[in-house]
Design a protein around this ligand. Structure first.
Ligand code: GLN
Length: 486
């Protein structure tokens, strides 16, 4: 049985007080990976040597009294679609199996610049397309709460690694829910900030207008701590934006007194399991008990938003993934002309899910379908954004479920539609570019974790942390925040 893992906040406090060294934290992380990653499979690569070297440098800085930040010496890991200099960045695809990044993604370099220690790269659905991590071409990841179940996806490795206590925090990406859905399945906190708040530079693109770097942590406070380090405008990413109020930690304990909360109960009733609906009611009760006002709010276009996400993300994916031509990045298959080599490489090294999205996206851009499907999808997206702007005139926060159910079995075959429905509650925040968080709040009938989701107006992440803290304290008992059984 594992010893209790420290939250990020606890590790920081121990480092600052000199009760632990970075080397000790890294050794703990390595020991935990050794102990359970054979069963969980969160990591695609563990950089033991690099981590120990970085930890030694951090310890030297602490001894000299010159830490780079309060996070100096803290171990972390990233989804394998983030570039990290000198390490492979595979996107869990056979296409990039041997691709070594020449540079760090901005998010990685900000964390390294704060003194954090990169432990390695985490498994994911190939090119971040999926909801179970089963579309990874490079390995299986299992849910640390029950290894016969999926961790969710596409950032399944990030959620599983944090839930198993292998690292105090991890980065993932969230284009339609890929940080929040696996975080919910694994009983950890998953944050998707406002679009543009964390730089996407050096992160492999899927659907650029919705891609967001997200943070997976054991607690809400931890997420605020990491976001403070990453909410920095980056000239290397044209869509990066300055955050008007990037001091998040300060506000996390302010509670929800007087906040107006919109409840997506209609939506939950239509789409979610009875257990999830009951949990939502408990969440609302707790917020009201803490002084918030809660009223029903209707979601715009619930029937259309998911389809709209599917169409738009496929179109953008088809365009983004055109760069994998067997010449510039990754592997090259045989062929007698450049065209043939490109086509053979794509045929041979992309997996089924990726190919089907590229085909769908390409089809949607043909003359006919552009008018009949793509343009209407863009229109629905605008309506969704507009409707949220209207909602936020009357509400400070929106609460709803994160996922319709808890984690399903590793061997359970879901239809395409069932798989897509895992994103039903999460795509809204991506379509509208809004910040959203999932907080673990209860268990389903199989004893698997369930999260509740909060959505805030753009650049109001502090409201997510305030509401998230209340839910976490009231519903997620202390000590339950780590996977049992491992
Ligand atoms: N599950 C969604 C999809 O497959 C979301 C993916 C993501 O957010 N990267 O499109």
């Amino acid at each position: 049985m594992m010893e209790k893992q420290w939250s990020l906040r606890e590790s920081v406090a121990a480092l600052v007080a000199g009760r632990v060294t970075s080397r000790e934290l890294v050794m703990r992380s390595l020991a935990r990976i050794e102990e359970c990653d054979a069963a969980v499979g969160a990591f695609l690569l563990v950089d033991t040597e690099g981590a120990l070297r970085a930890a030694a440098e951090s310890d030297r800085r602490w001894t000299e009294g010159l830490p780079l930040s309060p996070l100096d010496g803290i171990p972390f890991a990233v989804k394998d679609n983030f570039c990290a200099k000198g390490l492979k960045t595979t996107c869990a695809s056979r296409f990039l199996e041997d691709y070594v990044s020449p540079h760090d993604a901005t998010a990685v370099s900000l964390l390294k610049g704060a003194g954090c220690v990169l432990m390695g790269k985490l498994n994911m659905d190939e090119f971040a397309m999926g909801s179970s991590t089963r579309s990874s071409a490079l390995g299986l990841t299992r849910n640390p709460w029950d290894v016969s179940r999926v961790p969710g996806g596409s950032s399944g490795g990030s959620a599983a690694a944090v839930a198993a206590g292998e690292v105090p925090f991890a980065l993932g990406t969230d284009t339609g829910g890929s940080v929040r859905q696996p975080a919910s399945f694994c009983g950890v906190v998953g944050l998707k900030p406002t679009y543009g708040v964390i730089s996407r530079y050096g992160v492999a693109s899927f659907a650029s207008s919705m891609d967001a770097v997200g943070v997976v942590t054991p607690s809400v406070e931890d997420a605020a701590l990491v976001l403070e380090c990453l909410a920095v405008r980056d000239p290397l990413d044209a869509t990066s934006r300055s955050h008007p109020a990037p001091q998040f930690i300060r506000d996390t304990d302010q509670g929800v007194e007087g906040l107006r909360i919109g409840v997506l109960s209609e939506f939950a009733e239509a789409a979610c399991s009875p257990r999830v609906q009951a949990l939502l009611r408990q969440g609302i009760d707790q917020l009201v008990l803490a002084g918030a006002e809660a009223r029903g709010a209707s979601l715009p276009r619930p029937d259309q938003a998911l389809l709209c996400y599917c169409a738009l993300s496929a179109v953008e994916a088809a365009s983004n993934l055109a760069r994998y031509d067997g010449v510039r990045y990754g592997r090259t298959a045989n062929g007698s002309t450049p065209m043939e080599r490109a086509s053979n490489s794509r045929g041979k090294y992309f997996g089924h899910e990726v190919k089907s999205r590229i085909l769908l996206g390409t089809a949607l851009l043909t003359d006919d379908m552009r008018e009949s499907h793509y343009r209407p999808a863009r229109h629905i997206r605008e309506q969704v954004s507009e409707a949220f702007r209207a909602l936020f005139a009357s509400y400070d926060l929106i609460i709803g479920p994160t996922t319709p159910t808890g984690a399903f079995g590793m061997d359970e075959r879901l239809t395409d539609l069932q798989m897509r429905e895992m994103d039903l509650c999460t795509v809204y925040a991506n379509l509208a570019g809004l910040p959203a968080i999932t907080v673990p709040a209860g268990l389903d009938e199989n004893g698997m974790p369930l999260g509740l989701q909060l959505i805030a107006p753009s650049f109001r992440e502090e409201l997510l942390f305030r509401g998230g803290r209340v839910l976490e304290n009231a519903l997620w008992r202390k000590g339950e925040g780590h996977a049992r059984g491992l």
